[in-house]
Design a protein around this ligand. Structure first.
Ligand code: HEM
Ligand SMILES: *[C@@H]1O[C@H](CO)[C@@H](O)[C@H](O)[C@H]1NC(C)=O
Ligand SMILES: *[C@@H]1O[C@H](CO)[C@@H](O)[C@H](O)[C@H]1NC(C)=O
Length: 321
């Protein structure tokens, strides 16, 4: 009898622990509802002013979320500065001279620390900033799940290899997303973020001079501001979506169908392969694109979060405590 109740007790302790750890690992939109009730309002007003000040900033912050999540999960690692004794991710190939918006994250963090010091992670601030940026540029809103904690480490090596290059083939893009637990459908939906923002000549030069799966008039237009010689005009910018680069709509997919993808990797999504039908579906159905984009952003935000007692809540997003 005594051993039976001991058994029951053990059983309930084990199930409590199991439930406890799984529920701790869940991100949820109301994670800060008691500890920082003004969080969403504070972030939203910061994003409003940053994006009103410069529309492109909205795009830059959406991209920052992607580059954070694809390197060891959404843990704010992308924000850590290099120091003489610490190698961060900012000088990794996909980020160097390219990823931007760090000052905006600093400003949001400072405003959030004013209202609830030491409570909200930098990783969550990136996730909320990305959602608010989409909304500020005309996209549909969604509930952002929060409760992530910040990494004490970063990986330049993983940033170099996990974030796909614009020279990637379709199969390479599919495998990079699969490595993060994201589907082919997620790849096509998330790539719709290229409906906003800009790219540098160095990232599309080969596509506009050397490739045939591109509209020739479009290639000519882009060549005008992107010289063929490596090293000249490398940082010259062009919009990823030719007509509405500051509007979060589905026109990226119409661009691809018209062979006006700016990056090689963009056009790979509509180049006679398995994703053509998905591109066509999103081009003709903005609601389907919005729904799938939102679901995929939530899935991307769920990549390997640090929860419970893992990691920390950074005081300054640029350095570990
Ligand atoms: C599918 C694989 C992807 C590749 C190969 C890729 C590659 C690139 C490249 C090369 C640039 C231009 C960077 C520069 O020239 O400095 C860029 C910009 C951008 N990317 Fe991606 N990207 C991909 C997926 C994504 C995803 C999943 C998102 C977000 C959900 C995203 C959001 C953006 C945004 C918004 C910009 C413009 C940023 C700005 O104007 O500052 N990209 N991407
Ligand atoms: C990552 O790529 C950058 C730029 O190409 C290079 O300088 C750096 O050495 C690479 N780092 C690692 C750890 O592979
Ligand atoms: C075109 O491709 C050739 C052969 O790969 C390469 O040497 C050249 O640099 C490329 N030109 C441009 C403008 O990218």
């Amino acid at each position: 009898m005594a051993s039976f109740s001991a058994f029951l007790l053990t059983l309930s302790v084990i199930s409590f622990l199991l439930l406890g750890t799984t529920s701790m690992a869940q991100l949820t939109p109301d994670f800060y509802s008691e500890s920082c009730p003004d969080l969403f309002t504070v972030v939203r007003s910061q994003i409003e002013s940053a994006v009103q000040n410069e529309k492109r900033m909205g795009a830059s912050l959406v991209r920052m979320f992607f580059h954070d999540c694809f390197v060891n999960g959404c843990d704010g690692s992308v924000l850590l500065d290099d120091t003489p004794t610490f190698v961060g991710e900012k000088k990794a190939g996909p980020n160097m001279n390219s990823l931007r918006g760090f000052e905006v994250i600093d400003a949001i963090k400072a405003a959030v620390e004013e209202v609830c010091p030491g409570v909200v992670s930098c990783a969550d601030i990136i996730a909320i900033a990305a959602r608010d940026s989409v909304v500020e540029l005309g996209g549909t809103s969604w509930d952002v799940k929060v409760g992530r904690r910040d990494a004490r480490t970063a990986s330049q090596a993983l940033a170099n290899t996990s974030i796909p290059a614009p020279t990637s083939s379709l199969s390479k893009l599919i495998s990079s997303f699969a490595a993060q637990g994201l589907s082919v459908n997620d790849l096509v939906a998330l790539s719709g973020a290229h409906t906003i923002g800009q790219a540098r000549c160095t990232n599309f030069r080969n596509h506009i001079y050397n490739e045939s799966n591109i509209d020739s008039f479009f290639a000519g237009t882009r060549r005008a501001n992107c010289p063929p010689t490596k090293g000249s005009g490398d940082d010259n910018l062009a919009p990823l979506d030719i007509n509405t680069p500051n509007l979060f709509d589905n026109s990226y997919y119409a661009d691809l169908i018209a062979k006006r993808g700016l990056l090689h990797s963009d056009q790979e999504l509509f180049n006679g392969g398995s994703t053509d039908s998905q591109v066509q579906a999103y081009a003709s159905n903005p609601d389907a694109f919005n729904a799938d984009f939102i679901a995929a952003m939530i899935r991307m935000g769920d990549i390997k979060p640090l929860t419970g007692n893992s990691g920390e809540i950074r005081k300054n997003c640029r350095m570990v405590n």
